[in-house]
Design a protein around this ligand. Sequence first.
Ligand code: T4K
Length: 371
Amino acid sequence: MSRPLYVTRPLLPDLGDVNAMLGEIWRTQFVTNGGPFHEKLESALKETLGVPTVELFNNGTIALLVALKLFGLPPGSEVITTPLTFAATAHSIHWNGLRPVFADVSPDTLTIDPASVEKAITPMTSAILGVHVYGTVCDVDALQNIADRHGLRLIYDAAHAFGTTINGQPVAVFGDASVFSFHATKLFTTLEGGAIATPRSADHEMIYFLRNFGIKSEEEVVSIGINGKMNEVQAAIGLLNLPKAPVEREARTRLRAKLDAALSGLPGIGLQPVQSGVGQSEQYYPVVINADIFGRSRDAIYTALKERGILSRKYFHPICTDFAPYRGFPIVSTRNTPYVSEVKSQVLCLPFFSGVKDEDVEDIRAVFHGT
Ligand code: T4K
């Protein structure tokens, strides 16, 4: 049993393999700006993500910034998103000179609630930014329907949805663009990194320019781009990790079954929903703890776990509207009190990676069962 037990640990390739890749980078001295490993990883990810356009980035946040830039949304227009997400989602809207508008989440999935999205639409709305939070997918059909009827762009923050499928289709075929994070805490990692994936091959060129200062040739800058490039060391780690990701996912699927068995049936404990037709990314293992029914609060469980060296995380509490820059931003909901305001004090992400042992699961079980 290893303590502390973190919420996750990075998937790291064999050091010998990394050294061999580093040797190659040192030999060619191409360390960034679209070197051979970068090109290889980009091609491989087109296969994995099942879409014609995949552009690598130095992290998921810059990829989000560029994805929002891609569609030329009118300055000052509104982008509807969820407050139950990592700060980067809302920040990327703001950094684009757009206004984040927060909509409630659905109680069954904790993803953005389509009815609340519809209620939040104004003449200023230009896009919806959904988040497949914890790997639970948004209601992609309902959101597309809303986007189509109102002429809105539909972008997904798919930071938690690497490898997710919906009725056999890769998650990135839905919406106008999907943004992935390859941060160390993500199942597939390049240490830091990310990607924009879109279902249209025509997007490739524009994203390519936006990622690289808008440079088209030595003497031509065609757009106001940024530096979002992934370097060769990141790409090499990605190439080594790519075949390991499905193995890690399978281990997590087995772990999920064990955690489910340990916690299911406890009154007041809600497990992550099993979505029909969805192939899980296995990114996070969130539970929803209803203190009124369970008898103990999320924070009490968090502390009890911590006392045993088990470091769960309250992702994503505080929610975005609790952060100073967004305080006072309303949460549009079809309910009197937004569900997200309630559930934010109830969600807890438990350690979820292949290094979690049976005795760790037993310890977690003991904390929840109070034994
Ligand atoms: N959209 C969404 C929905 C996201 O969740 C994220 C990122 C983004 C966009 C932006 O993507 P990036 O720009 O990051 O690519 C972490 C990550 O830093 C962040 O990437 C992630 N979401 C967020 C949910 O979690 P923290 O503050 O929880 O990280 P930290 O350092 O506390 O790490 C958590 C645990 O992981 C540690 O206790 C131990 C373990 N760990 C972490 C790192 C960094 C390691 O074992 N090794 C490591 O190197 O934010």
